[in-house]
Ligand binder design. Structure first.
Ligand SMILES: CC(C)(COP(=O)(O)OP(=O)(O)OC[C@H]1O[C@@H](n2cnc3c(N)ncnc32)[C@H](O)[C@@H]1OP(=O)(O)O)[C@@H](O)C(=O)NCCC(=O)NCCS
Length: 160
């Protein structure tokens, strides 16, 4: 199957919300997603399939800073964070998650060099393996970061 990665639109919010729920991620509202589609500094991407499979996955990333940091010897100019990423269950392990992250990284490269961060539940071993496979490294842990159910956060990052 051929998957296309495109920018999200406000009207994708209901389908995105459904995928988020199915994946058991921390809950945003549909309005949060609508706002994200137009927010400056947000990269909100959709993986869409052929007709009949409009949305198979999504990614939300935000640029945190976009200033040259004088004390960074490698000239890093930004930090960004992946806030949400999920793929519909029936399309897992087909490369969709990887395509979404690759497209987000390509978008970031337009801003120069930087660091991409994320947090993931410590019990979500499959997501940790997924991110490690994409070049992210574990750089910390935040105790009891998540509620319902309570869990620590694993902090991961990757240089861009
Ligand atoms: C994490 C997630 C987005 C991965 O999406 P995906 O489309 O299935 O991932 P891909 O097919 O692109 O996988 C790329 C590589 O990551 C690794 N990987 C993916 N899922 C994995 C798993 N369950 N266990 C171990 N490694 C995994 C594999 O190396 C895989 O390559 P391979 O299939 O050739 O072996 C998906 O599992 C998901 O939606 N999970 C629920 C929501 C979530 O946990 N989001 C992350 C927290 S924000």
């Amino acid at each position: 199957m051929v998957w296309k990665i495109r920018k999200a639109r406000a009207e994708d919010s209901a389908a995105v919300k459904m995928i988020e729920r199915e994946a058991g991620l921390s809950e945003w509202t549909e309005a949060d997603y609508r706002n994200e589609a137009v927010r400056e500094g947000s990269v909100f991407l959709i993986a869409s399939g052929p007709e009949g499979i409009p949305i198979a996955g999504f990614l939300v990333m935000r640029l945190i800073t976009n200033q040259v940091k004088a004390d960074e010897p490698d000239g890093s100019s930004f930090e960004a964070e992946i806030l949400n990423l999920a793929v519909r269950k029936k399309f897992l392990r087909m490369g969709i998650g990887k395509s979404l992250v690759s497209s987000a990284v390509s978008e970031l490269r337009k801003s120069g060099k930087g660091v991409l961060h994320l947090e993931v539940r410590s019990r979500n071993r499959s997501a940790v393996s997924f991110y490690e496979r994409l070049g992210f490294r574990i750089c910390g842990r935040r105790a009891r970061f998540y509620a319902t159910p309570p869990d620590d956060a694993i902090l991961m990052s990757r240089r861009i």
